[in-house]
Design a protein around this ligand. Structure first.
Ligand SMILES: [Zn+2]
Length: 267
């Protein structure tokens, strides 16, 4: 017997299936990642018109649960289209990147109300063109926290000791965080360790920012440098680069990134 379920979700991906159907992935507050088969969703109301899900649209979904991971969508209502995203390419790219982050770091059947609320909030900011880079950083940190792999930015990842107050700090990808000077000195005895470099001041900023206790307003160059550090961490965690990252950070962002890299000596 089919049991009907309700969920609110953001469409992260949709793939055409047969002539009139789509398979779509959503991030929902109640059920985490949700994959649905939407039969007849692209059936044209009149000839020549194709419909289907809006990528990144916010929907109310009614579906029946089946065994396996593909649920059967019965009805859907578009609640919010974030139409401002389509006004400028950087907004759209940030939203695509957000979708890729969510697809990479969330799982099925695990409620994630905090991350879902953050995603909706960030999509609204992207649609308005408000603090795009800063909201990308918020989402990166949020996705990592939800996944349980957000670094601790204010203590040594190997011994929980105190981090250097200034200068370049070794960020150990293998340990998933920055290292104190003592653990840094032991690096030659740990061959095969994967590391990059971070700046002490950026780590402090990341610690403050990810705790949410205060809302510092970092400069754009600092935001990009923080995202760049998380990118190394994310790439190491997933074993691959997020596809949208390099598109997102082209242009203005990549110029400030280069400046930040020169300043930090990051590879
Ligand atoms: Zn240490």
């Amino acid at each position: 017997v089919a049991s009907y379920q309700h969920a609110e979700g953001i469409c992260l991906r949709r793939i055409a299936f047969s002539n009139t159907s789509q398979v779509a992935d959503f991030l929902t507050s109640q059920a985490g990642r949700l994959s649905v088969m939407a039969k007849g969703v692209t059936r044209a109301p009149r000839r020549g018109v194709r419909t289907g899900f809006d990528l990144l649209g916010r929907y109310e979904l009614l579906y029946t649960r089946r065994r396996g991971s593909l649920q059967n969508l019965t009805s859907q209502w578009l609640l919010e289209g974030f139409v401002g995203l389509r006004r400028e390419l950087p907004r759209m790219l940030a939203a695509y990147y957000a979708a890729e982050l969510m697809l990479s770091f969330t799982v099925e059947d695990e409620a994630c109300p905090g991350l879902y609320a953050l995603l909706v909030d960030c999509l609204r900011s992207f649609a308005d063109g408000r603090d795009v880079a800063l909201n990308v950083l918020r989402l990166e940190l949020g996705a990592l926290r939800e996944h349980g792999s957000c670094p601790s930015f204010d203590s040594c990842a190997a011994c929980e000791g105190t981090l250097p107050a200034r200068g370049a700090v070794t960020f150990s990808l293998s340990d998933g965080g920055p290292l104190c000077r003592r653990c840094e000195r032991e690096l030659p005895g740990r061959p095969g360790l994967r590391t990059t470099t971070a700046r002490a001041d950026l780590l402090r900023l990341l610690a403050a920012f990810s705790s949410g206790a205060e809302r510092p307003a970092p400069a754009e160059g600092q935001v990009t440098a923080m995202s760049a550090l998380l990118r190394f961490h994310i790439r190491d965690l997933l074993g691959r680069e997020l596809r949208m990252w390099r598109y997102l950070h082209k242009g203005g962002l990549s110029r400030s990134l280069q400046r930040a890299r020169r300043g930090a000596g990051v590879a």
